[in-house]
Structures are given as C-alpha cells and as structure tokens.
Design a protein around this ligand. Structure first.
Ligand SMILES: Nc1nc2c(ncn2[C@@H]2O[C@H](COP(=O)(O)OP(=O)(O)OP(=O)(O)O)[C@@H](O)[C@H]2O)c(=O)[nH]1
Ligand SMILES: [Mg+2]
Length: 373
C-alpha cells in the first residue's frame, strides 16, 4: 500500500530529462565577465585554467576579438572570460597594450550593453619579475576608472619572502586602495601561503547580487568560495517550496513540491561541477537521486513527523514543505561538496554510493532536526 502510493507520487518524475531541466535553470542566467591582463608570461592563461578548469584558455572555443583579446564563454560555465596577451618590454609595445586593453574595456563598459560589460579585471603581476613596472601602475589606474580591479601577484613560488614583501610594499604605497592577492599554481606551495580564496571572495563581493551565484557556479577548483552561494541557491528553492504548498495537501499530491526538490538537486549537482565529467555521471545521478526524491521525501517525513501514519494519510503543510526542502537541499549540497572535493583531488568517485539513499536520508534527519519549524 505505502509503496504504491509512493510510486504514484513519483510516476510523474519518471521521464526526468536532466539536460532539459538544466537548460531551463540556466537559460536566463546573467553571466559575470572577468578580464585577465598584465605582462607577458605572468601566468594569465594558467590562472584561468587553474580556477575554471578544463584548460579553458588553451582548448576552449575562444573567440579572438582583437589580436590581443580572446573571449571565452565555455558552454557549461556561467561566466565570460577575456584572456589577453600580455605586454612585452619596449615603449611601443607597452603603448599598444595600453591602447588595446584599456580601449577595449572603455568601449565595452561605455556602451550600456550589459552583454559586453567587463565586470571585473584581474591584473596580474608576476612575482618572478620581482618588480611592479610603471606600465602596470598606469594601466591599473586607468582600468580602475572603468571597472572593478584587483592585482593578482602570480608565480609567488618564484620569489623569496623578502622579494614578495618588497613588491607588496610598493603596491601598498602606489596603489593604496587596490586589493592584491598572492597566488601560484605550483602544487608545492602550501595553501595557507596563497590567497586563492581571498581573490574569489573579493570577486564575489565586487559583483552585483544577481551575478554572484553564476560566478561561483563557474569555479572549478577553489570550492570553499562556493559555499555561501550554494546556501543562497537552496534558499531560493525553499521559497519556491513554500509557494507550492499554500494550503496543506496530502503527501500523495505533492508532485509539484517534489519537482521543485529534484530541480534543486539538479541545480546543486551542476553548481558544484560534478556533471562536468562524463554523461554517465549525470545518468547515475538521475537514477540515484532524482528518481528517488519522492521516496526520500515520503520516507523521511514518516520518520520525522511523529504521528504522520501512512503516506496516504500524511498531510504536508507549508512548514513541513520548507523544512524538508531545506534539509534535502543541505543534504544534497553536502554530498555534492564532498564529491566535488574528491574529484578536484583527482579521485574517481562512485556516484551511486556517494549519493545513496541512506546517506541522504541520514543527512536530512540531521538538518531537519536543526531547523524544524
Ligand atoms: N613556477 C610557476 N610557473 C607558472 C605559474 N603560472 C604559470 N606558470 C608558467 O609560466 C609560463 C607562462 O604562463 P601563461 O599562463 O602562458 O602566461 P600568460 O600570462 O598567459 O602569457 P601570455 O599569454 O604570453 O601573455 C608557463 O610556462 C606556465 O607554465 C606559477 O604559478 N608558477
Ligand atoms: Mg596567455
């Protein structure tokens, strides 16, 4: 009897099309854009690849806008990246760079066309060069008149602490209002010496609220910066869940609510970048999580609400709908985060066991209790 009810409940979700649902979620996403610039060989393309993964700046379908500027809009990332060729030594070449890059941002941001707007500039200066040049200082000052700019001190593995301190001092003196972050892609440099997280937090904070989630979605490696945004994402669906259950309804009629929850799970899965692997991963996710959301929902509620009785008799009110949706979101989020962390380390993860129903149910219980209304 119970299983039959549950089956009825999830029948409507059987033909879940992951890509279609995701398309709908991402269709209207406004993408932030980041322009990465600085001298030649300072590690601009490497930085883009490190943060957004998948050799975006090497193999991505970049569109050369000028000789110097290439635009990347990777299909599965909610961000637009402009990689630039760095300036070379020589007065003429520096002038040309100055004209090209600053001219580009001026033009892009002066048109009032949000599609073209450059939201952030990461101005890279290599610690390996041991110095901040007048060209850098001039370019940064000019760019700051046009958009939000920070300095990224790259390749810090190639400088001593004393050299780094010296460069930081120069930056503080010449550009006292500009934030600067030290990074390297050398895996031998201990994490605490680098400021990847700080660079990404700066970036999120300097974007409009409507662009922050998209920026975080696009990040591949530095997962801690995604957390706050993931929570915001869950809250959106909790609000939708409240709207779907305006008056109490029988659990067997909660297909609309479950559809919201499966969409949330799909959104989180994409947000954490787990679907950037093979199609097989998506397929497993759909089979393990999406197809079971109704079952997880009904079983959890019978466990969590004392006296709910059978599925047929149970009634879902707005409080239960929001508490459960929140707990489910947190549970899926936690598993996604752990999975993405393991994948980032190069581990091969078995999605079936990572997202097993028991694992999700236990986490739901943990979060539901904490937030029960
Ligand atoms: N040691 C060290 N090498 C790095 C680091 N980041 C990049 N590199 C190396 O520096 C070289 C130049 O890196 P790119 O990313 O191509 O530099 P770029 O700024 O894009 O250069 P252009 O496009 O020519 O202006 C490559 O050989 C990278 O492997 C780093 O953090 N540490
Ligand atoms: Mg490059």
């Amino acid at each position: 009897m119970k299983e039959e009810d549950v089956k009825k409940l999830i029948d409507k979700l059987q033909y879940f099309d992951y890509d279609k649902v995701l398309d709908k979620i991402r269709k209207n996403v406004k993408k932030p854009s980041v322009l990465v610039t600085g001298g030649t060989g300072v590690g601009k393309s490497s930085l883009i690849n490190h943060l957004f993964g998948m050799d975006v700046a090497a193999t991505g379908n970049g569109k050369p806008l000028t000789d110097r500027i290439t635009r990347y809009e990777p299909e599965n990332l909610d961000v637009v990246l402009y990689d630039t060729l760095g300036y070379e030594v020589g007065e003429d070449k520096q002038q040309q760079f100055y004209k090209d890059v600053i001219g580009f941002v001026k033009n892009a941001n002066g048109q009032g066309d949000v599609q073209k707007y450059v939201h952030l500039v990461w101005y890279c200066i290599s610690a390996a060069n041991k110095r901040v040049t007048p060209t850098d200082l001039d370019a940064i000052a000019a760019l700051e008149g046009l958009t939000k700019v920070c300095v990224v001190l790259t390749q810090i593995d190639a400088a001593t602490m004393i050299e780094l301190d010296e460069m930081k001092k120069v930056l503080q003196k010449k550009l006292p209002k500009t934030d600067a972050f030290m990074v390297s892609i050398d895996p031998r440099i201990p994490e605490e010496k680098m400021q990847w997280g700080e660079l990404l937090n700066w970036s999120v904070e300097h974007l409009d609220a409507g662009l922050q989630l998209a920026f975080a979605q696009a990040l591949g490696q530095e997962l801690s910066a995604k957390h706050i945004q993931a929570d915001k994402l869950i809250h959106r669906y909790v609000a939708a869940a409240a709207g779907a259950v305006v008056c109490p309804l029988p659990m067997t009629d909660s297909a609309a609510l479950i559809a919201i929850q499966t969409t949330m799970a799909t959104h989180l899965f994409n947000f954490w970048g787990i679907d950037r692997g093979t199609d097989k991963i998506k397929e497993v996710f759909v089979n393990v999580v999406v197809a079971n959301t109704g079952r997880i929902f009904s079983r959890s509620l019978l466990k969590l609400i004392p006296g709910a009785g059978s599925v047929a008799a149970a009634v879902v009110n707005s409080g239960v709908a929001t508490s459960f949706t929140y707990a489910f979101g947190r549970a899926v989020n936690e598993v996604c985060y752990k999975t993405a962390s393991r994948m980032a380390k190069g581990e091969k993860v078995d999605i079936t066991s990572a997202f097993a129903m028991d694992v999700i149910m236990q986490l739901i219980q943990k979060y539901y209790k904490k937030n029960a209304v």
